[in-house]
Every structure is written in C-alpha cells, then in structure tokens.
Design a protein around this ligand. Structure first.
Ligand SMILES: NC(=O)c1ccc[n+]([C@@H]2O[C@H](COP(=O)([O-])OP(=O)(O)OC[C@H]3O[C@@H](n4cnc5c(N)ncnc54)[C@H](OP(=O)(O)O)[C@@H]3O)[C@@H](O)[C@H]2O)c1
Length: 256
C-alpha cells in the first residue's frame, strides 16, 4: 500500500497494540520499517502479539495501564532508556460497554471516561514532555469513535471520545510550534477483537445500518493511521477523519 521503508528508523508507541486495530497498526508500521513498542494491561496477550509480530520487525512490549500516570511514566522512561527518542504515538487503547444512559452509574461513567479520556491524556502528556516537545517533532494519532451525532447507547464513551476530539484540535494549535502533528480517527463498526465484548443482540443487523453494508476491517483503520502518521499528511493537523462506510450520515443501531 505504501512504499517500503517509509517508516525506516522511526520509533512508534501503539497503546493497545496487542489486539484488534492496534495490532494491525503495529503490523503495518513494522512492515514499513518502524520499531514499535506495544502496551496494554495483559502481559499474556502482549507476549503472544510480540511473538507473532516479531517476524515483521523490531517489536517490544511493556505492560502499562494508561489510567495510572505512574505506569505511563515508567513506560516512557523505559522507551527513553532503550531508544532515546520517539517519533509516533498512536493512542488506541480504550474500551466501553453498551448500556442505556439511565443505567450507567456514576462509577461506571467515571471508569469509562477515565480510561478513554484521562488515559489518552496521561500518555500524551508524558510522551510530549519527554520526547516530542524537546525533540521539536512528533506525530500523534488518536483512535476515537464515531461520535458525529452523539453516541446513543454509550453515553460515557461518547462524552470521553468527544473530549479527545476537542483535545486533538486544541493540541494541534498549541503544539504546532513544536512541530507536533496531531489528528484523530473515528472508526464506525470495525470487525475486530473489540467486538467480542458486545453481546450478540447488540451486533445483530449491524451491517444494515451502514450504507456500505459491511463492517470495516482493522487493516483499513491501520492504512489511515499510517497515512496520518506519515510524511504524506505533514500539513494535516487537528482533524478527525471518519472511517465508517458512511454510517454517521445514515444508519442508527440503537432503537429508541
Ligand atoms: N472495533 C470497533 O468497532 C471500534 C469502533 C470505534 C472505536 N473503537 C476503539 O478503537 C480502539 C481499539 O479497539 P479494538 O476494536 O481493536 O478493541 P480491542 O482489541 O479491545 O483493543 C483495545 C485495546 O486497548 C487495551 N486497553 C484497554 N484499556 C486499557 C488500559 N487502561 N491501559 C492499557 N491498555 C488498555 C486492551 O488491552 P488490555 O485489555 O490488555 O489492556 C486492548 O488491547 C479502542 O479504543 C476502541 O474503543 C473500536
């Protein structure tokens, strides 16, 4: 898809890189020459991913819960020690559960916002201050969700992802002086491991709500991520790009 060696000598951090969308992003970055650090909470998953992905290039893993600033600080210190620099951050880790809004307790709401919004900030903060601002270069891609028309059925993650969407715009302006590009990707329904967390009744008829009449693939999200993380998109910053087969413009999953 892209010319070989496009990311040669680049160092990338992909949060949630051991599964689904993050796994595909990691694989593609490795194939194009980058060294990649993947991170998430479950070591077993990371070890398996590292074993599989090593055939494509240099991939290391680090166990880290992005909700915990001290975990993120340790991750960033380890990258500094091993590589001395970082070029690309993909904030992909996250998760949520479907529920009618009135059934989401303050604790549940807070947990999802903490993971998807605060977690993204924790990683962005430490990476920017340790690498991107002193280096005066860096590229950030935030994987959010299709919250174009609100997010009925998952109010917690809708609010959190809208927060990341706004954070993306703000940082694009504040950090342009440091030569940092930051963009977001809003996937619609993607056939990935993340879908395993949803009950069958939630997924039934999903394709029919998408004008393209199919779910997206993790590779399709990865192609877009690499475009935004690469030199082709050097003059694009503060954008959120939707990758949803047109779903935001037409279909509704939840019956009100
Ligand atoms: N699939 C879709 O249709 C879709 C649509 C819109 C948005 N998204 C978003 O795209 C991203 C990737 O989704 P996916 O479908 O590939 O699902 P996935 O396989 O469940 O990926 C999420 C990854 O994030 C990691 N993670 C979750 N919480 C974390 C935490 N606190 N600290 C560190 N790592 C954490 C998970 O690993 P551990 O459990 O090991 O921590 C997992 O590897 C997610 O943010 C998801 O919400 C997906």
């Amino acid at each position: 898809m892209y010319s070989s060696g496009l990311f040669k000598d680049k160092i990338a951090l992909v949060t949630g890189g051991g599964s689904g969308i993050g796994y595909s992003i990691t694989k593609q970055l490795l194939e194009l020459g980058a060294s990649v650090i993947i991170t998430s909470r479950k070591e077993e998953k990371l070890i398996k991913a590292q074993q599989e992905l090593s055939q494509f290039g240099n991939v290391q893993y680090f166990v880290c819960d992005i909700r915990l600033p001290e975990n993120v600080e340790a991750l960033v210190s380890s990258i500094k020690e091993k590589y001395s620099r970082l070029d690309i951050l993909v904030n992909n880790a996250g998760g949520q559960f479907p529920s009618a809004a009135e059934n989401i307790s303050p604790k549940g709401f807070s947990a999802v916002v903490n993971n998807n919004l605060n977690g993204t900030w924790n990683v962005t903060y430490y990476v920017a201050n340790t690498f991107f601002i002193p280096q005066k270069s860096g590229n950030i891609v935030n994987i959010i969700a299709n919250v174009f028309r609100g997010f009925p059925g998952m109010v917690h993650t809708g609010a959190a992802r809208a927060g990341v969407d706004n954070l993306t715009k703000t940082l694009a302006v504040e950090w342009a002086k440091y030569n940092i590009n930051i963009n977001a990707i809003a996937p619609g329904f993607i056939q990935s491991s993340g879908m395993d967390n949803y009950p069958p009744e939630f997924k039934a008829g999903m394709e029919d709500t998408v004008p393209a009449k199919r779910l997206g693939t993790t590779d399709e999200v990865a192609y877009l991520t690499l475009f935004l993380a690469g030199p082709m998109a050097a003059y694009i910053t503060g954008e959120t790009v939707y990758i949803d087969g047109g779903q935001r413009l037409w279909g509704d999953l939840f019956k009100l």
